[in-house]
Write a protein that binds this ligand. Structure first.
Ligand SMILES: [Zn+2]
Length: 433
């Protein structure tokens, strides 16, 4: 089986190591027993296996064999203590972690894996969406968002996530997240739309030449945000609801009445109908500097003539009969951020909201990013690694698969991840009585 060298586990792990070794270490060298690399990598390994007892079992192996899998697979020289891990990562900067998301993407690009994600005029569809990953009545840090209601205070951490998706591809490719958090010493609450402007600039800086179509919900279909997209040279498909866009919808009604609107109806099985409607060059709002945008909406109507789905969007892409169905697919695929990314991270074994530790400074963000990197690593292996795919096929569920991997990882030392997977898919051992 051919494994693309740089996209196999060891190749990806080396990319992580390279960045972790570059993180500036501000600790006193006389008092440092462990490499900073080892703290990051230990945190990553915990997320990779989603195993809170990871360190305990590897210490047992170390004691018995003077070797353990964190050393052989993750290049961790010595296993740090739990409290130390949290203390050090709490103070750690996140810049190098952000760079890894670009490293991974560049590697996918170099290995021609990104091509299958091209969508709509060869651009990459990147929806952005916000989510909360921490909430507490007691624990807080200077970055916490603060919500007060009925005399109670709650502390939150939210994240804005951008993800490369393709409507027909199962795997999603996350870009570096943008935290929605308060700046040191500022009393002003940060918000998703501001984080949205920051993430656009950040994506463009990290990927100057990538052709991009940004997807977003109704929060983003406003002129100031569209201006940011234009500056960054990005296209967009943004939800536009009648309640937020009175004037736009008045124009749509009026121009449709004049015969400018276009419609495409497709008969589907079970008496269902897909109804596509669009109109190009409509003012986004009533102000003098409003952009002319292209508007489209989509409905699913069942055989009883009832609308079971309806949504509407604006885009800068000129709409025609040839691309309307793809535009709708692109607009609707935004749920992949919510469902395939956040939902997986929260409910499918990544324990995103589980309290790995909040810390006093960066800890919750560092753990969030390491968790996302573990998810991204799994997505790449799922996409490109035949050994991983073969092994995954042997198990009925994701959960079963990871239970087996955790179990094997705990009780035997392997020279590499690849040799462990080969062992799992190989013939079973016989233990004489
Ligand atoms: Zn906090």
């Amino acid at each position: 089986m051919h494994i693309k060298k740089h996209l196999g586990f060891t190749g990806l792990r080396k990319m992580l190591s390279k960045r972790f070794l570059q993180v500036e270490d501000s600790r006193n060298p006389d008092k440092t027993e462990y490499r900073l690399h080892d703290f990051f990598m230990t945190g990553f390994a915990m997320m990779y296996f989603q195993d809170p007892s990871l360190l305990t079992f590897q210490r047992r192996l170390q004691k018995a064999w003077n070797l353990n899998n964190l050393k052989t697979m993750f290049n961790i020289e010595s296993i740090p203590k739990d409290t130390q891990l949290r203390d050090i990562l709490d103070q750690a900067p996140t810049d190098e972690l952000e760079a890894i998301f670009s490293d991974y993407l560049h590697q996918l690009q170099r290995n021609k894996q990104l091509e299958s994600y091209q969508f709509l005029n060869g651009t990459y569809l990147i929806p952005i969406d916000g989510s909360q990953y921490f909430s507490s009545k007691k624990l807080c840090c200077p970055g916490c968002l603060i919500k007060k209601s009925k005399g109670h205070i709650r502390y939150h951490h939210q994240i804005l996530q951008a993800v490369i998706i393709h409507p027909d591809m199962k795997q999603v490719l996350p870009l570096a997240p943008e935290s929605i958090q308060n700046k040191d010493g500022s009393t002003k609450q940060d918000c998703e739309i501001n984080a949205g402007k920051r993430i656009i600039a950040k994506i463009r800086k990290a990927h100057p030449k990538l052709k991009i179509t940004i997807g977003g919900d109704g929060l983003y279909s406003k002129q100031p945000f569209i201006n940011e997209l234009k500056t960054a040279g990005m296209s967009y498909i943004l939800v536009a609801k009648p309640t937020d866009h009175k004037i736009l919808f008045e124009w749509v009604d009026e121009l449709t009445g004049l015969g400018d609107g276009k419609k495409l109806e497709i008969k589907m099985p079970k008496g269902k109908r897909y109804v596509y409607e669009w109109i190009n060059q409509v003012p986004l709002n009533g102000t003098a500097d409003a952009d002319q945008v292209n508007f489209f909406q989509f409905q699913i109507i069942n055989k009883a003539d009832k609308t079971t789905y309806k949504n509407s969007w604006v885009t800068d892409i000129a709409i025609n009969k040839g691309n309307i169905r793809d535009l709708v697919k692109g607009g609707r695929a935004r749920w992949k951020v919510e469902n395939e990314t956040f939902n997986t991270l929260k409910n499918q074994g990544y324990h995103l909201e589980h309290n790995y530790g909040h810390g006093n400074k960066n800890l919750s963000m560092v753990f969030f990013m390491l968790n996302l990197l573990a998810f991204y690593t799994h997505q790449i292996l799922e996409l490109t690694d035949p050994l991983y795919q073969k092994c995954r096929q042997d198990f009925s569920s994701r959960k079963e698969f990871w239970n087996q991997i955790r179990c094997t990882f705990r009780f035997m030392v392997f020279e590499s991840w690849e040799s462990m997977i080969k062992k799992i898919i190989g013939p079973p051992d016989f233990m004489p009585p």
